[in-house]
Design a protein around this ligand. Structure first.
Ligand code: PLP
Length: 388
């Protein structure tokens, strides 16, 4: 059976060009970048080349990029790093209810240790209101953290406006750009961010590598202490092959982004339109226009997301749902609840996130298969029968 992978927001396959670029750094060029002899310097040079590429893609200077173990570490570094470096100035942090757990859990950790967290609501499309951000700022605010785009519903946030507000107020601004870097244009000056989180495996790079952009002059403490790597900001021998892979993924994304964005947006819109035509009692989650080019998130009434996923899997189609199956209980997605969906609607959600290997035939296959799955599941639903 042909497998159709439609879960690129979860992770992407590592591109063959990326793997090829990484391989020599496991074997021939295995040196420790801190070593002074040529093996070491070769590895160090490769890291610096990746740093330059990363900086170029987001309009930064290479010395403003620090490599991390991924998006989660980059988010934690930004939040905890700024919080502990600026305690003297204040203890208030503003974030939003739709952030990734990497941000929300870091905030919870800080809250338990005396920091005050304001978690802003979003509208029914998942948009944060910049005026809410402005109103939430106090003289104790040290950091604002708002994601660039939602990994679940694909809504692209008004980060530029929020950046302006942060700048005017003299407050640091962090954005989790894990779902946007490599997919849509990201420019740190345009967005007016001081910190920005990046993850390699979301744009065809390897897993376990990412980066934090830190604007020159930003005060933050390190989380990792030890050697002098990464300008003393993140100790530990660098993951050279992964960093090289990230650099290659960045380079390829930079070259291909424009065309690919257009192609994906066309496929996305075809899928949204087709689902609306072929399935009744279905609604799009997230913003109809301000959304990632590859994201389709829908709620299908009277059916469970998990059941749809399992049935899609039997047809070789991989997607995801807004409910995480944890032990015996099904937790509805905090993001969908924040948009105002009921727990039932959140449980009936499906997310398709498209990628570079997907074709129009894949979309047609989903449109051919899913209506039948929904009809079959609804036939077993007493709720659907009474609603009809
Ligand atoms: N932030 C967002 C928006 C994400 O989608 C993810 C990954 O799912 C992360 C952070 C965490 O990134 P990583 O998997 O590299 O730790």
């Amino acid at each position: 059976m042909r497998r159709i992978y439609l879960d690129h927001a979860a992770t992407t396959p590592t591109r063959s060009e990326v793997v090829k670029a990484m391989l020599p750094y496991f074997t021939d060029a295995f040196g420790n970048p801190s070593s002074v002899y040529s093996y070491g310097q070769e590895a160090k040079g490769a890291i610096e080349e990746a740093r330059t590429k990363g900086a170029e893609l987001i309009g930064a200077r290479s010395e403003e990029i620090i490599f991390t173990s991924g998006g989660t570490e980059a988010d934690n570094f930004a939040l905890k790093g700024v919080a502990y470096a600026n305690e003297g100035k204040g203890n208030h942090i503003i974030t939003t209810s739709i952030e990734h757990h990497a941000v929300l859990e870091a905030c919870k950790f800080l809250e338990k240790r005396g920091f005050q967290i304001t978690c802003l609501p979003v509208d029914k499309y998942g948009l944060v209101d910049p005026d809410d951000v402005k109103r939430a700022i106090t003289d104790k605010t040290i950091l604002i953290s708002v994601m660039h785009a939602s990994n679940e519903v694909g809504t692209v946030e008004p980060v530029e406006k929020i950046g302006e507000i942060a700048k005017e107020a003299g407050v640091y601004f962090h954005s989790d750009a894990v779902q946007t870097v490599g997919h849509i244009p990201v420019d740190v000056d345009k967005l007016k961010v001081d910190l920005l989180a990046i993850s390699g495996h979301k744009f065809y790079g390897p897993k376990g590598v990412g980066a934090l952009y830190i604007r020159k002059g930003t005060k933050l403490v390190s989380l990792m202490h030890g050697g002098e790597q990464e300008k003393r900001r993140r100790a530990g021998t660098e993951n050279v092959p992964a960093i090289v892979g990230l650099g290659k993924a960045v380079e390829l994304a930079g070259q291909e982004m424009g065309k690919e964005t257009e192609r994906l947006a066309y496929l996305r819109d075809k899928l949204i339109k087709g689902l609306g035509e072929k399935i009744d009692h279905i609604r799009l989650n997230g913003h109809p226009k301000r959304r990632l080019p590859n994201n389709v998130n829908v709620s299908v009434d009277f059916v469970e997301g998990e059941s749809m996923l399992l049935n899609l899997d039997l047809e070789g189609i991989c997607a995801s749902t807004g409910s995480a199956c944890s032990s015996a209980s099904l937790e509805p997605s905090h993001v969908l609840l924040a948009l105002g969906l009921s727990p039932e609607q959140a449980h009936g959600s499906l997310r398709f996130t498209l990628g570079r290997e997907n074709t129009e035939a894949d979309i047609e296959r989903v449109l051919e298969v899913l209506p039948g799955i929904v009809a079959k599941l609804r036939a077993m639903s007493p709720l659907y029968k009474t609603k009809k």
